[in-house]
Ligand binder design. Structure first.
Ligand code: HEM
Length: 165
């Protein structure tokens, strides 16, 4: 089902662009500008912005999980059977992504358990952005690195060299 794989990849990458880009905008552009407003205006703007951003965060987490697990379990895992680097790196990426989801949800939510995190929102936004960039780095590496499983079964095809007939 090639088209499902393509659509799920589009969804995954668009979600990353919107959520990571939006987080960088909030941390480095909107947040510092809003902090210069009088306290009551700042609080109102924060409430309004987070009320909408929260929907992006929750929807984005759902899209990441659906498209990511589909992409991993259905599309990539069969292509990487026995690949000793792919799965540990993908596992690391998934754990980092789950931690990012917890931080992102804590920052936009109202739960008392995350009140300490919201009190240091700038720090946690920075940690979350740094982790997201690491996740993108791992994902890009896994995408571009030659697949050793494919190379062992068709070495010429895997490195893109012309095949001798
Ligand atoms: C913060 C959350 C996440 C971000 C920012 C993110 C980002 C990305 C990006 C940018 C790519 C495309 C890499 C490329 O084509 O160069 C990608 C690929 C991928 N992602 Fe995610 N992702 C996240 C969460 C997840 C989760 C939860 C899963 C669940 C399994 C997942 C599984 C995958 C898979 C399987 C690929 C394809 C890797 C390959 O081509 O070998 N991602 N991700």
């Amino acid at each position: 089902m090639l088209w499902v794989a393509i659509v799920s990849r589009w969804i995954h990458i668009i979600t990353a662009v919107v959520l990571v880009g939006g987080s960088i905008f909030l941390r480095f552009v909107l947040g510092p500008a809003a902090a210069q407003l009088p306290d009551d205006s700042h609080a109102k703007l924060k409430e309004l912005v987070l009320g909408t951003w929260k929907k992006f965060v929750h929807g984005g987490i759902a899209l990441f999980l659906i498209s990511g697990f589909y992409n991993y379990l259905v599309v990539q895992a069969p292509l990487h059977k026995g690949d000793k680097l792919y799965h540990p790196l993908m596992g690391t990426k998934i754990l980092l992504a789950l931690a990012v989801f917890v931080i992102a949800s804590g920052l936009v939510g109202r739960s008392k358990a995350f009140a300490g995190m919201r009190a240091k929102a700038k720090l946690w936004q920075g940690i979350m952005i740094a982790m997201s960039i690491l996740i993108i780095g791992i994902s890009g590496f896994l995408k571009v690195r030659p697949n050793p499983v494919a190379m062992s079964s068709a070495p010429n095809a895997a490195v893109g060299a012309p095949i001798d007939n």
